[in-house]
Structures are given as C-alpha cells and as structure tokens.
Design a protein around this ligand. Structure first.
Ligand code: ATR
Length: 288
C-alpha cells in the first residue's frame, strides 16, 4: 500500500531505457526527503495518447515526455503553455486538480539556466544580450534554443543546418511572429560566420558517441565567445575540446538536461531543486 502523500511521476518515451531522468529526479527526491518516485514509462507511439489520458487514473502527478512523443503531447494535452506552443513540443505534463493535463516545455529554460550557471559558477553568467549567437542545427533542440534566445534578447541569431530548407522554415516561422533577427547561413559556410559571435551552440547530433565529429574551423571565433554543445555523451566533445584549447569558455550538454528537469520536479513534488556538483557526479556514475 502506498502512503497517502506518495507522489509519482515518470518519463514516457520509446525507447526510454537510456533516459537519465529517473536518476536525476531520484537524487532530488532523496536529497529533499520527499515521499515519491520517478519511473521509466516505455510507451510505443500507437499507445501514447491512451497512456497520456490514463495518467491520472494510473496515479501520476504528471510526467516528462521524450522522443518520439513531444509533438504528440502538444496536440493531446488539455492546456498548453504559450512557450511550448511556440517551441512546437511539450516535454513536461502536470495532472491538474480537476484531472486535466497541462503541458509545458522546459528545454529552453534548461538551456539558458545552464549557460547562466556554468559560466563563472553563479547566476551572473552568460548574458544572452551580449552578442550574436550561431546555432548549428534546426531540429527540435534548436527550436527550444532559438525561442529562448529570442525571448532573452539576443541581438542576432545565425542559423545553419545541413538541410538548409529546414533552417529557412524555422526562421520564417519566427519571423512571421515578428522576430526580425534570424539569419540563415549555408551549412558549408559554418566556419566563416563566427566573427563577433558571443555564443556558438551545437544542437546537431554530430560529435555524439558513434557519430562523426562536428567539422568546423574555430579560428574566426572571438576568444570571449562561449561554446555550448548540447551533446552530453561524451561530456567533452571534440568541439568543446578544441574550443577550450583556443581559450573559449565551454559549457557541456549535461547541465541543460539537469536544469530542464527542475520545473517539472517543482510542478509535481512542490519544491524547486538545485543542480549541484553532487548531482552531476551521481548522474555521471551511470554512463549514458
Ligand atoms: P533533435 O530533435 O534532437 O534536434 P533532430 O530533429 O533529428 O533531433 O535534429 C538533428 C539535427 O542534427 C538536425 O539539424 C540534423 O540536420 P538535418 O536537418 O539536415 O537532418 C543534424 N544532423 C544530423 N546528422 C548530421 C550530419 N551528419 N551532418 C550535419 N547535420 C546533421
């Protein structure tokens, strides 16, 4: 028998065995002494909507949603946060008191918080207003990065993707909403558009374990620029190693994953957790 104040959440995905989220939330539940659990919920795409609608009856306070369900989650919750609407995906769901499902997206929050915290080790870290940002990739992760940088006042976004039309579509979508500062550049020119950039972000899968490294010449990147890879396996990608070697500040992708988990934890378990060195060590002890 579960205790009456027991709170349960989890992560729906397919596959979901590789997800680090149970370890992250498990650490916080223990750290904060809360009576709850966070479990893996492997759900095939054809059963997703059914499992989503059953969250309340199955005793869940809510869940995270990961690949390949983020877009389906957006379409099937009862209420969507405007930011999730703009990103085009829901990654966190809360079951509300009346049983309805509220969907939001914490990827952009995780991305920016990670940059703010990792640099200088405090809350006065990277300032998104400080200069142009170069974004490599135009997939789901790039959407969250673009939206959060636009909202944070980044003066110019240079967007590059192997499939140029995908970058153009993404830029057009935001231009339609009044954002005038996204410039699409050609993927082959990625080494040539780093001048006066304040931030370089890799949102592609290049550099991930088992994938080819990201080929880019960093010579034109100012030394003051921050380089962020959202790949976290390996933690230090070839891109980050080379950026570090030429004196740039680098931020790895694990922090984004840890920070994006915080608002969901707060929504279900009632307390905003912190990202600490101890959490990083604990999560890294189980290799992704
Ligand atoms: P996510 O939702 O995690 O961003 P995604 O939508 O599959 O994942 O996007 C993966 C990104 O990596 C895309 O920008 C993809 O480029 P394409 O749109 O051209 O597919 C990029 N990517 C993957 N493999 C790549 C490669 N070998 N070279 C360049 N870009 C690559």
């Amino acid at each position: 028998m579960l205790k009456p104040d027991f709170i349960q959440a989890g992560v729906m995905g397919w596959p979901v065995g590789h997800s680090l989220s149970p370890r992250v939330h498990g650490f916080w539940l223990k750290e904060l002494g809360l009576n709850g659990d966070y479990v893996r919920l492997p759900v095939e795409p054809e059963y997703f909507v059914e499992k989503l609608k059953a969250l309340k009856d199955d005793g869940f306070a809510g869940c995270n949603v990961t690949v390949p369900h983020k877009e389906a989650a957006l379409k099937n919750v009862d209420e969507v946060h405007p930011l999730a609407e703009r990103i085009g995906a829901v990654n966190t769901i809360k079951v509300q008191e009346d049983g309805s499902l509220y969907g939001f997206n914490t990827d952009g929050f995780g991305f920016l918080e990670n940059l703010r915290h990792e640099i200088q080790g405090g809350t006065v870290g990277f300032d998104p207003k400080s200069g142009p940002a170069v974004i490599l990739g135009a997939g789901g992760a790039a959407r969250a990065v673009v939206v959060s940088l636009l909202d944070a006042g980044t003066p110019e976004i240079r967007l590059l993707n192997r499939t140029r039309t995908r970058a153009e579509d993404l830029a057009q979508e935001f231009l339609d909403f009044g954002a005038g500062n996204i410039i699409v550049e050609d993927w082959d020119h990625r080494s040539d558009c780093l001048q006066n950039a304040a931030l370089l972000i890799n949102t592609t899968t290049l550099g991930m374990q088992g994938q080819r490294p990201l080929e880019i010449d960093l010579k034109a990147l100012p030394q003051a620029a921050v380089v962020n890879d959202i790949v976290y396996a390996p933690l230090e990608t070839d891109l980050l190693a080379r950026a570090k070697a030429q004196g740039n500040q680098v931020v790895d992708g694990l922090g984004m994953l840890l920070h994006q988990a915080r608002p969901g934890f707060e929504a279900w378990f009632g307390q905003m957790p912190e990202v600490s060195a101890a959490l990083r060590t604990y999560v890294l002890a189980e290799k992704p």
